[in-house]
Design a protein around this ligand. Structure first.
Ligand SMILES: *[C@@H]1O[C@H](CO)[C@@H](O)[C@H](O)[C@H]1NC(C)=O
Ligand SMILES: *[C@@H]1O[C@H](CO)[C@@H](O)[C@H](O)[C@H]1NC(C)=O
Ligand SMILES: *[C@@H]1O[C@H](CO)[C@@H](O)[C@H](O)[C@H]1NC(C)=O
Length: 443
């Protein structure tokens, strides 16, 4: 199967890791876009859309979808299409949306501009790698408010989203809710420099997210639940990636984050909860490069931004962090390793290996562990797995091999929230030295 060879090619760049995708399940659309083009083409301009930046795309998009929802391509050609009203595209099969032009938000309602729901065999892409959704979020953010989210997939199976830009969402950019068998790649997200503008929020089963750049000052790629592979991710002036915040009956497993580059963000990776129960298990966080992030490797089971949840605490178990390089912003105020586990449910089987991170400012840094068992850094070894008080170890010399590559043109400051954000082109690299697993649609 084509997919397998692609994954292996991507892995050959770094130490091989166990793919966490489920075997024997379809990943991505069941039929190719070429096959869909051959079935039927529903061009939005035949249903009333006009590329004049004024006429509402909402009704024509829904009409084109209704005409092609049992098979075909909804085509949004080059040009600027205004969207004043939102659409829910429900119950489609074997269809694609080819977005060549730009959709600009002109409506002000909340909710989501485009919802794709209860659908199967779906592709949202741009065959010229030119398509974009411009949310003009700054019009809300400059007034201290939020507006609609850009795209939400709900209960969609066997899909892909690729080769488009999602820009300046008034709220979250892309949400994949309860989706199965999906692939997201060659995607660039540029949001304003404030919280509440998440890049990709994903939960569901068997999803492969790769070659994505996110700039936004909130979650980069976050909240996966089960059998997910997330790699070649560039969090460029973002919040960073995370799992959580978690509550009762947490059941997260088999997540791999690999080749994650995080620049000037809140954290490189955070697992966060406050009380709660259930488990996060069997996850791998490998080949991370960070520069100038506030937090680096951060497990916080007492994350007080979340209200305390019922339960003894979420059990974090069998989590491997390997090959982390780079610098944190200030290792004295926020050390690059913080593993704060629940007293009622100590962490177990945590491995931290090949971890070499130094601090941008100052000449020391610390590692902090509490109730955390496993191997490496300040973790306690052995099999007791009992509660223990915070231990702090201070590192006074740069670990050898901490120096790590940077990406070209890392941001010197965040994107503003009071001026429009330009639509970028889809990049061709998302991690130092890594080639995207799938080439950009349009070279
Ligand atoms: C999608 O399917 C669920 C379950 O059948 C249903 O509750 C929901 O209303 C459907 N969504 C839409 C937009 O019709
Ligand atoms: C978590 O706690 C809730 C409520 O306290 C309880 O009903 C549930 O069974 C617990 N789940 C696990 C996995 O322990
Ligand atoms: C990071 O984001 C900034 C602001 O959008 C941009 O200028 C810079 O080119 C981005 N870096 C890369 C490598 O794309």
């Amino acid at each position: 199967m084509l997919f397998k060879s692609i994954v292996l090619a991507a892995f050959s760049l770094a130490a091989p890791i166990a793919a966490q995708l489920a075997t024997g399940y379809q990943l991505g659309p069941l039929t190719t876009s070429d096959a869909k083009w051959a079935v039927k083409v529903c061009d939005v301009t035949k249903y009333g859309a006009v590329a004049d930046g004024v006429t509402d795309l909402g009704p024509p998009l829904l009409a084109a979808f209704n005409a092609c929802k049992t098979g075909g391509v909804i085509n949004i050609p080059l040009g600027t299409f205004a969207m004043a009203t939102w659409v829910t595209l429900d119950d489609g099969v074997a269809f694609a949306i080819n977005l060549e032009g730009t959709i600009i938000r002109t409506g002000t309602a909340g909710g989501h501009m485009i919802i794709i729901e209860n659908s199967s065999d779906f592709e949202l892409y741009s065959s010229r790698s030119s398509g974009a959704i411009q949310g003009y979020g700054y019009q809300f953010h400059s007034q201290g408010i939020y507006g609609p989210r850009l795209i939400r997939l709900i209960s969609v199976e066997y899909f892909s989203i690729h080769d488009i830009a999602l820009v300046d969402s008034p709220a979250f950019h892309l949400i994949l809710a309860d989706c199965t068998g999906g692939e997201v790649y060659n995607l660039i997200i540029r949001g304003g420099n404030e919280g509440g503008l998440d890049g990709i929020d994903v939960w569901g089963f068997n999803i492969y997210i790769h070659d994505v750049e996110v700039t936004n000052k909130d979650e980069c790629v976050t909240n996966p639940s089960n059998h997910m592979l997330i790699e070649n991710i560039y969090c460029n002036w973002s919040g960073g990636s995370a799992i959580g915040s978690l509550g009762t009956d947490t059941d997260i497993s088999k997540i791999t984050y690999n080749n994650i580059y995080t620049w000037s963000s809140n954290q490189m990776f955070m697992l966060k909860s406050n009380g709660g129960n259930g488990t996060v298990s069997d996850c791998v966080f490998s080949n991370f490069i960070g520069h100038s992030n506030a937090y680096s490797l951060y497990i916080d089971a007492y994350w007080t931004s979340e209200t305390l949840q019922a339960g003894d605490g979420v059990l974090y178990t069998d989590l491997t962090f390997s090959n982390w390089k780079g610098t944190c912003a200030n290792g004295v105020t926020r050390g690059p390793i913080m593993a704060i586990c629940p007293t009622g449910q100590p962490c177990d089987g945590i491995t931290i290996s090949d971890f070499a991170m130094w601090t941008d400012s100052g000449s020391s840094e610390y590692y902090k562990c509490e109730n955390a068992w496993g191997n490496g850094a300040c973790l306690k070894g052995g099999s007791a797995h009992t509660a223990y008080a915070i231990t702090t170890s201070t590192v006074t010399a740069a670990p050898s091999g901490y120096s790590a590559a940077t990406m070209p043109s890392d941001l010197a400051s965040g994107l503003g929230i009071t001026v429009s954000i330009a639509i970028p082109t889809v990049p061709t690299t998302f991690f130092p030295g890594a080639t995207p697993a799938t080439a950009r649609a349009y070279p």
